[in-house]
Design a protein around this ligand. Structure first.
Ligand code: UDP
Ligand code: MG
Length: 306
């Protein structure tokens, strides 16, 4: 069986078409399927509409979380309930065309464990596109493992990959990173990312930033190394400056001058220390999150048809 996980949050305008289009697309697969649509604490009529779809077709299953836990947690909730031996993830706004699952599946059959979608083109703002492009290249550079470029959660993979992913009890979820981290035979599949069919993006800037942070902090030691580099830079700077000041003092007898440079140096090192503290603090708070080990989602209601 193929299990497709779709997270949705306040997507009332989309549910009907999402339901119809996805079912139609998955019927082209050579194996039976289930769709697990996760209602991530929607405040509009999304949940009621999902239930209506479930009534019409029992293969369309619904999981409702107790509040809004965020995109990654909603996907995780769905993954925990997936029964299939092949599992897929797709956004609920139809930016990821479900018709591609047929191609993904054929690729998987060629002998892969993971087929992830690579965005050849994005139909989004120039600034957003540039930021995404920069981010994935930066992340690829600072992580020691292979991170596929321009690839999100849209993918399919086999059960063995899912089991390994679910074995990792991480608090800062970056599923696309975990999927790459587990290894096995992985391959990319290029596609053009569509525009959102209706409604507004649910990721605001702060949430995108959090996801970006999670990727960086969970998959590299770059931030803490960066603090080290800052320190080395500051020490080199101060050695050179000391030599300059001492030679000025001994050769020219210039002692009193230097208020401006003093203030500058104080500000500079103050800044370096605050940045370092912020980075260190991020590690501490992430440790705290891990230590508390709160659940990443709470399921309020299940309509899985069992
Ligand atoms: N989503 C969710 N919970 C959230 C935010 C988003 O389940 O807290 C869903 C949303 O309904 C959509 C998918 O995650 O189906 C991707 O969200 P969005 O389109 O806003 O992200 P973007 O495409 O801008 O990355
Ligand atoms: Mg979207």
């Amino acid at each position: 069986m193929f299990s497709l996980v779709i997270p949705v949050y306040n997507e009332e305008d989309l549910i009907q078409i999402l339901f119809e289009r996805t079912i139609r697309a998955l019927e082209l697969l050579p194996i039976p399927f289930e769709i697990i649509c996760v209602n991530d604490g929607s405040r509009d009529s999304t949940y009621a509409k999902l239930l209506a779809c479930h009534q019409k077709d029992a293969r369309f299953k619904v999981l409702s979380l107790s509040r809004n836990f965020g995109h990654q947690s909603a996907i995780l909730a769905g993954l925990h309930h997936a029964k299939g031996e092949v599992i897929g993830i797709m956004d609920g706004d139809l930016q990821d065309p479900p018709e591609l699952f047929k191609d993904f599946y054929e690729k998987l059959e060629e002998g892969f464990d993971v087929v992830y979608a690579v965005r050849k083109k994005r139909k989004e703002g120039v600034l957003k596109k540039a930021a995404y492009k920069f981010y994935y290249r930066f992340l690829g550079r600072i992580t020691s493992q292979d991170m596929p470029l321009d690839s999100g959660d849209f993918s399919i993979f086999r059960r063995n990959v899912l089991d390994k992913m679910l074995d990792m009890p991480e608090q800062s979820l970056f599923l696309r990173g975990l999927r790459a981290w587990v290894g096995f035979r992985q391959t990319g599949f290029e596609y053009e990312r569509d525009e959102r069919l209706a409604g507004d993006p649910k990721y605001n800037f702060a949430r995108l930033l959090k996801l970006a942070y999670d990727g960086v902090f969970s998959f590299s030691r770059f931030p803490i190394k960066f603090v080290g580099y800052l320190g080395i830079f500051a020490v080199c700077f101060s050695i050179i400056y000391t030599i300059y000041l001492l030679s000025k003092k001994f050769f020219w007898g210039d002692v009193i001058e230097g208020y401006t440079s003093l203030i500058l140096v104080i500000f500079f090192f103050g800044g370096v220390q605050l940045i370092s503290l912020r980075i260190l603090g991020e590690y501490v708070s992430r440790n705290y999150d891990e230590a508390r080990g709160r659940p990443l989602f709470i399921v309020a209601e299940k309509h899985l048809g069992e």
